[in-house]
Design a protein around this ligand. Structure first.
Ligand SMILES: Nc1ncnc2c1ncn2[C@@H]1O[C@H](COP(=O)(O)OP(=O)(O)O)[C@@H](O)[C@H]1O
Ligand SMILES: [Mg+2]
Length: 450
């Protein structure tokens, strides 16, 4: 028996055709009373959190499927935390609903107990594709547990946002999330960044400093790009995870720490383990709970939603209004492969808003921006001034950035390429002109090829 609370027009008949008996109920009170007297196998209801919570508390063993339209992960995550078995975006496909009910009913499994309500985050994940729905459900299940979570997914797919959602919807959301990006910190500094140091541990260590592990004591630590961590540091990490104690660099004793760890990487860890570049024991320790963030090309239905979201966000941030996107421009966006995922889409739209400032963004604007994006070394053919402006505008829009490093890297690349061209590819000549060793030049070339 299925109690479909409101919004059941048409659906009931279609579900009946699939052998599911459906009873439509309108009022919250009516449904609770009905459910108390009849035997139902599942509840289907529109997204209304108080009702969902109430029904889930009163009928904890009934799978509840929530129907709704949302643009944001928060509602969906909160729905699952409030006890929803799963949710379906509207308009509802009766076959999909029947399939979901079939999956929900026979096993008769308990859905998670309702978790404490959380604040809405303004940095939620946008997307209502099935792939994202599964992700929200997985986040909801893991958020309020203390387990270490490994987030995997291509670069730009939203791993950091997933980490924030896990933290935000967990028990430690009242204490700040501590974030370390292992790829952004030079290897020789990462150790003291993570574990801290005692006074006199090395030249320049004039005072003792807590590392991120200690700072995250009682809180959550997000280690981004953990695949980029060196082997010796991996060993040290593993020890911290096992023993829940850290030793500062140059320290004499260990300090106990209670840290919930979330890690992320886009690297192929299995391959790295095979090649001896990532510790197998650490890998096993990390991968017990894994969240896979889908690449944008596997959820192209979300492109339009993301596009609207970013258009609004950038206009708000840049204090611009009235910018719109043509149908043709949108259809071009929807047909891209997006190797750089949401980050790439976001960059294209930020540039489009900056370029058009309140005017219609057309197909040609998008085409040009996409070209500039995809030209592999196209950056060097634009002037440094232009690049500087772009990097600063982007940083301004985001409130932070890497403008200096980005421009220095572009300048370095330009002069290296020019030197090689002039020397006819002769590396020792080029390195002499550049004033660096051949080894350094080779390292830099390797980095450029990546
Ligand atoms: N689903 C999403 N909704 C809204 N913004 C997103 C989404 N996924 C990614 N982003 C944005 O794209 C950029 C890249 O996301 P990020 O989490 O840093 O990716 P990753 O860590 O996987 O490389 C960020 O600015 C982030 O805010
Ligand atoms: Mg990241």
């Amino acid at each position: 028996m299925l109690a479909g609370l409101a919004d059941a027009e048409g659906l009931g008949a279609k579900l009946a055709a699939q052998g599911l008996i459906c009873t439509a109920l309108d009022e919250a009170g009516e449904s609770a009373a009905w459910l108390a007297e009849h035997r139902a196998d599942a509840i289907v209801l529109p997204l209304r959190l108080p009702l969902l919570r109430r029904l889930h508390v009163d009928f904890p063993s009934l799978p509840i499927i929530v129907l709704g339209t949302w643009e944001d992960s928060d509602d969906a995550i909160e729905a699952v935390q409030a006890g929803a078995y799963d949710f379906l975006p509207e308009p509802v496909d009766a076959d999909e609903l029947a399939e979901l009910l079939g999956e929900a009913i026979p096993g008769g499994e308990e859905s998670a107990p309702p978790l404490p309500a959380t604040e809405t985050i303004d940095n939620g994940l946008v997307g209502r594709s099935r792939a994202m729905g599964k992700l929200y459900r997985d986040i909801a299940k893991l958020a309020a547990t203390p387990v270490t979570v490994l987030i995997r997914g291509e670069t730009g797919s939203g791993k950091e946002l997933v980490a924030r959602a896990l933290w935000q919807h967990g028990h430690r959301a009242h204490v700040p999330l501590v974030v370390v990006n292992c790829a952004a910190i030079p290897e020789n500094l990462l150790e003291s960044e993570l574990f801290g140091y005692e006074r006199g541990a090395f030249t320049g260590a004039t005072t003792a400093r807590k590392g991120k592990f200690e700072q995250a004591n009682g809180s959550t630590l997000f280690l981004d790009e953990i695949g980029d961590m060196s082997l010796p540091l991996q060993a040290k990490m593993l020890r911290v995870l096992q023993e829940k104690r850290v030793e500062r660099v140059g320290g004499k004793g260990e300090v106990p720490v209670d840290v919930r760890l979330i890690a992320a990487t886009h690297q192929p860890l299995e391959k790295m383990v095979e090649e001896g570049r990532f510790r197998e024991d650490l890998y096993y320790r990390l991968q017990t709970a894994t969240l896979q963030v889908p690449p944008l090309r596997d959820r192209m239905g979300d492109v339009e939603l993301l596009t609207n979201f970013f258009l609004q966000r950038f206009q708000r941030e840049l204090d611009i209004s009235g910018t719109t996107l043509s149908r043709e421009a949108l259809s071009l966006l929807v047909r891209q492969p997006w190797p750089g995922n949401v980050r790439q889409l976001q960059n294209v739209l930020r540039r489009a808003v900056l370029k058009r400032r309140g005017l219609l963004i057309g197909k040609e604007d998008i085409r040009q921006l996409l070209d500039a994006e995809s030209r592999p070394m196209g950056a060097t053919s634009r002037s440094l001034g232009e690049l500087a402006l772009e990097a600063l505008e982007e940083a301004e829009a985001q409130g932070e950035g890497n403008a200096l490093r980005a421009i220095v890297a572009h300048a370095e690349e330009a002069v290296i390429r020019e030197a090689l061209k002039r020397s006819g590819g002769n590396q020792s000549k080029a390195s002499r002109w550049l004033g660096i060793t051949r080894l350094t030049l080779r390292e830099k070339l390797k980095a450029l090829a990546r």
